[in-house]
Design a protein around this ligand. Structure first.
Ligand code: NAD
Ligand code: 6OD
Length: 486
């Protein structure tokens, strides 16, 4: 049984191992439902150690086969073709992504699916330009490095940008010549299942790309497998720590993109029009379920009242609703479990004497589905749990500040260090302030603007390593240095 969809939107997902869709050996499945309607979308094969082992063996075999020997240009063309096929199936993939996640379909179409294709286009080009090092040591020797794939890589991903984030790992992994076993989130299994077929249709040999579905135990089987060489993981910080322990006995190479609690710092000399327009996006896009969302907003006192008034007015205009309605700005949260987690933080905000400027509750008018009103909270101090912990929903806190020193201290007073935004019209301050922020990514007068060559990732407990351009390629490669004595 492969991924099947029909008019009633049933989507059953099988594993994809060695070029074929297969069920679990024991026939075990779990249910996947639509978070906007709570209707059953389909059954998903539930893999365990056995299925992970089958997939890893297929990947190892494929590494030694045609894929491992394929000329660079041919491999690059196949990778580009994957991008083409994603775009050919754009509407279908966007629809599946919105059914699985609850996000607006315009967002799936214009961001998730477009960026997924771009990841393949970027690495198809990039792989043809990558060189290595060579040194001549007087008349004694020549040293040169040759680049090789790491081997079999496990790709474990979350539910917020399912296809986009999977391709952010799969594209460079394939470009560097690896074979892969993907473990998508149990909450959003569908587009990875289709991606496997797309890879096959693009000419990727059997066994190179595999998918095993399941829960945390399935991911654990992959991260502890004896014959997996590297794990690239995006997800929660605590899960990253668990994976690190599981991968330790076999010393796997690790790439981690983890949680965040990103600050958005607005100085009084910023262009307020730009600030409001972008802060609406950086707070509430994808229901606030983007690791880069700026959920801690700090505003310099002289413009605090003006900011709150304009930001709250725009937030109240946001339409919460059916992901398939083009007018919807904010769709459903991804699952009942996550909805309850986000609502529990609204209770915490009440206990902490926060003031809801907007929202503060589940959205009204929905019998079914996990809809939460875009929520702005003021009046909380720096020790508030809502200010310190990752909520990962449409909820932001706003705190005024008086000096650069004071706000910098608050910005960096966290175990996280993924991203930050700074808004100011003063170039000197922009340079000075952004350079002192303890985060892997800092945007000045913008947000989410990306160039795939740049280093992407977090510091502190928001990640290990960087993705993007050379950084991805280095992670998915090994170097052998060869010394030729003259
Ligand atoms: P999660 O950590 O719960 O799950 C992510 C994946 O890990 C899932 O596929 C899950 O099945 C798997 N998993 C769970 N337990 C495992 C284990 N013990 N061993 C191996 N795999 C295991 O995260 P989530 O709730 O799916 O996603 C939300 C989190 O992801 C947030 O914290 C968010 O900040 C983070 N995130 C980070 C980035 C980034 O680039 N830094 C991007 C997107 C999401
Ligand atoms: O922009 C990207 O390439 C990227 N990886 C974004 C991640 C967003 C996390 O939710």
């Amino acid at each position: 049984m492969q991924t099947t969809t029909n008019k009633t939107e049933r989507m059953n997902c099988s594993h994809f191992i060695d070029g074929s869709y297969v069920q679990s050996n024991n026939g075990k499945t779990f249910e996947n439902s639509n978070p906007a309607t709570e209707e059953l979308l389909g059954n998903v094969a539930e893999g365990g150690k056995e299925e992970v082992d089958q997939a890893v063996r297929a990947a190892r075999k494929a590494l030694k086969g045609e894929w491992g020997k394929m000329p660079l240009k041919k491999r690059s063309n196949i990778i580009r073709k994957i991008g083409d096929l994603i775009l050919e199936r754009k509407d279908e993939l966007a629809r599946l992504e919105s059914l699985d996640t609850g996000k607006p379909v315009w967002l799936s179409t214009n961001v998730d699916i477009d960026r997924a294709a771009n990841n393949f286009y970027f690495f198809a080009d990039y792989m043809t330009t990558v060189g290595t090092e060579a040194y001549q040591q007087d008349d004694i020797a020549i040293h040169y490095a040759v680049r090789k794939p790491v081997g079999v890589v496990g790709l474990i991903n979350p539910w917020n940008l399912p296809l986009f984030l999977m391709t952010w790992k799969l594209a460079p992994a394939l470009a560097a010549g690896n074979t892969a076993v993907m473990k998508p989130s149990e909450v959003t299994p569908t587009t990875a299942t289709v991606l496997a077929q797309i890879c096959k249709d693009a000419g990727v040999p059997d066994g190179v790309v595999n998918v095993v579905h399941g829960f945390g135990e399935t991911g654990a089987a992959l991260s502890s497998h004896d014959d997996v060489d590297a794990i690239a993981f995006t997800g929660e910080t605590v899960t990253g720590s668990t994976i690190m322990k599981a991968a330790a006995p076999t010393l796997k190479k690790l790439s981690f993109e983890l949680g965040g609690k990103n600050p958005n710092v607005i100085f009084a000399d910023a262009d307020m029009e730009d600030v409001i327009e972008t802060t609406i996006r950086s707070s509430f896009i994808n229901q606030g379920e983007v690791c880069l969302c700026g959920s801690r907003i700090y505003v310099e006192r002289p413009v605090y009242d003006e900011f709150l008034e304009r930001f709250a007015a725009k937030t109240k205009e946001l339409v919460v609703g059916d992901p398939f309605d083009p007018n919807t700005n904010v769709g459903a949260l991804v699952s009942e479990e996550h909805y309850n987690k986000v609502l529990s933080y609204l209770d915490i905000a009440k206990e902490e004497n926060g003031t809801f400027l907007t929202g503060g509750k589940a959205a009204e008018g929905f019998d079914k589905g996990y809809f939460v009103e875009p929520t702005i909270i003021t009046g909380l101090g720096k020790e508030s749990r809502c200010v310190r912990e990752e909520i990962f929903g449409p909820v932001v806190t706003v705190i005024p500040f008086d000096t650069e020193e004071e706000v910098l201290e608050q910005v960096n007073d966290t175990h996280y260090g993924l991203s930050a935004s700074v808004w100011t019209g003063n170039v000197k301050r922009a340079t000075r302030f952004s350079g002192q922020i303890e985060a892997g990514i800092v945007w000045v007068n913008t947000w989410f603007l990306r160039d795939l060559r740049t280093p992407f990732g977090g510091m502190k407990r928001s990640g290990i390593g960087r993705e993007g351009g050379a950084h991805s390629f280095d992670f998915y490669s090994e170097l052998t240095n060869i010394t030729l004595k003259m």
